[in-house]
Write a protein that binds this ligand. Structure first.
Ligand SMILES: Cc1cc2nc3c(=O)[nH]c(=O)nc-3n(C[C@H](O)[C@H](O)[C@H](O)COP(=O)(O)OP(=O)(O)OC[C@H]3O[C@@H](n4cnc5c(N)ncnc54)[C@H](O)[C@@H]3O)c2cc1C
Length: 427
């Protein structure tokens, strides 16, 4: 079973658009230069051209090369830390303002998919699955919390009713959110990039930014060209190395791995995920999985602090998948890949401005499908003069991990042991 035929992403293989954009050559002038063509960068760029701005995106590799083109494709609401934690940590006012944005990212994705006719296998519904009674109690609390903040479509699932959605006896219960869902993430960002271009936006690929000369206007330099722009947005997330060190050192790149099975017979798909929702469990090192548009099981899990890649991804993720679905023991794994996401100390996005025209947003801590989209809209509003939502994010403190670059990985591994122990023994 565990011999993938491709050690690359299934998404790259099933991309709707495999064409390459040109490389930047020479010097050009734009209103805004966005660095990085993932969800953050493309979402910001699209929101800005919708407002009539002249925008260029510079991408080191290809559109969606980073986490946005490799992720689990799960549309999950709220933030890594939920509204109650935010309120307790940062006060009632910030808590209320964050709560008002907690379900906005998914709405923006659905709006864009419909408006621009983006083919990305969008499906509705995600299930949070509880691996033990403690996690089930936490889901009951989540339901009450989200309902108190205006989400009235949630359904609590018992150990028995969760099996209407997930064909396993593993879980103690769950929570169904029909406002969640899933997508082929690379095709989403590619579709948004096409929409951006259709409105006059310009994308250069294979155009790594090597230096930013701050000022008004700023100059953004690549190996063979430069952009002069009034405003710069840095959206390199976990794939950026040394461009703005003061911001990068505040967060830690982490790896997580995914496998994709061969396309499964329809009867087996119905047995695994009868309602075609996506699933994430409640463990600290969570498993997340769903069916692809062509009926593969896409199963992810594992976190490597510091983004170290395991030698054999399938031997890390395969056993997790078989624990949930032992009936897949003879199924072929077609693809296995890793992507990097950016973890922050407080598990909240780090959003800010350097000087008065260089913006950054990073570190969604695993919740980036919705949050990176939302941040794009928020950054565009801020650049256009409405910084009300930007200021809420920017007001939260951005602490670095203890130990600096050398010791942050071992310290974080140590810190996670307690949670792993609880998950392993279900306490
Ligand atoms: C395997 C995996 C599974 C995940 N699953 C989920 C999930 O199911 N649901 C969820 O909500 N979140 C998930 N996430 C997190 C989510 O994918 C990310 O938070 C989100 O995609 C981040 O988007 P981004 O645009 O900020 O960064 P990225 O998508 O990483 O984009 C950054 C881009 O910047 C470019 N870049 C970097 N430096 C430069 C430079 N100097 N010059 C030019 N370009 C540069 C990179 O090449 C890259 O394309 C997952 C992440 C991974 C890795």
């Amino acid at each position: 079973m565990l011999t993938p035929t491709h050690v690359n992403s299934y998404y790259a293989d099933s991309a709707n658009d495999k064409s390459m954009r040109p490389k930047l050559n020479g010097e050009q002038r734009f209103d805004v230069c966005v660095i990085g063509a993932g969800f953050t960068g493309i979402s910001t760029a699209l929101s800005l051209v919708e407002k009539g701005k002249k925008v260029v995106v510079l991408e080191e590799k290809k559109i969606g090369f980073g986490a946005s083109g490799r992720n689990g494709g799960q549309i999950v609401n709220s933030f890594n830390r939920d509204i109650d934690y935010i309120t307790n940590s940062y006060g009632q006012d910030i808590g209320e303002k964050m709560a008002a944005m907690a379900f906005s990212g998914q709405a923006l994705i659905r709006h864009r998919v419909a408006k621009y006719n983006i083919e990305c296998d969008l499906k509705s519904g995600n299930v949070f699955a509880a691996c033990n009674p403690r996690q089930f109690e936490a889901l009951k609390a989540k339901k009450a919390l989200w309902e108190a903040n205006g989400h009235d479509e949630l359904t609590l699932l018992t150990a028995s009713t969760i099996q209407d959605h997930i064909g396993t006896e593993r879980y103690a219960g769950g929570l169904l959110d029909p406002r969640g869902g899933h997508i082929q993430p690379l095709n989403l960002v590619l579709g948004e990039a096409r929409a951006f271009e259709s409105l006059g936006g310009v994308i250069y690929e294979d155009s790594k930014v090597i230096r930013i000369e701050k000022g008004k206007p700023a100059k953004i330099i690549t190996a063979e060209g430069a952009i002069v722009a009034d405003t710069v947005v840095v959206a390199g997330n976990a794939y950026m190395f040394g461009l703005i060190p003061d911001v990068e050192k505040k967060a830690m790149p982490c790896g997580t791995q995914i496998i994709a099975t061969e396309p499964l017979p329809e009867s087996l798909q119905k047995q695994l995920l009868p309602t075609d929702h996506c699933v994430e469990d409640g463990n600290y090192m969570l498993d997340y999985y769903r069916l692809s548009g062509d009926g593969r099981l896409i199963y992810g899990g594992g976190t490597t602090y510091g983004a170290r890649e395991p030698a054999k991804i399938e031997s890390v993720i395969g056993p997790k998948m078989l624990k949930t679905y032992p009936m897949l023991k003879d199924v072929k794994i077609d693809f296995a890949w890793q992507g990097n996401f950016l973890l922050t100390m407080m598990r909240m996005p780090q959003v800010g401005k350097i000087g008065d025209n260089l913006y950054y947003s990073q570190g969604y801590s695993g919740h980036g499908v919705t949050n990176a989209h939302l941040m794009g809209e928020i950054l565009a509003d801020a650049i256009e003069g409405d910084s009300s939502r930007f200021d809420v994010f920017a007001s939260m403190p951005q602490y670095p991990f203890p130990g600096g670059r050398l010791l942050r990985v071992p310290y974080t591994v140590l810190g996670s042991l307690y949670y792993r122990f609880r998950d392993t023994f279900g306490v």
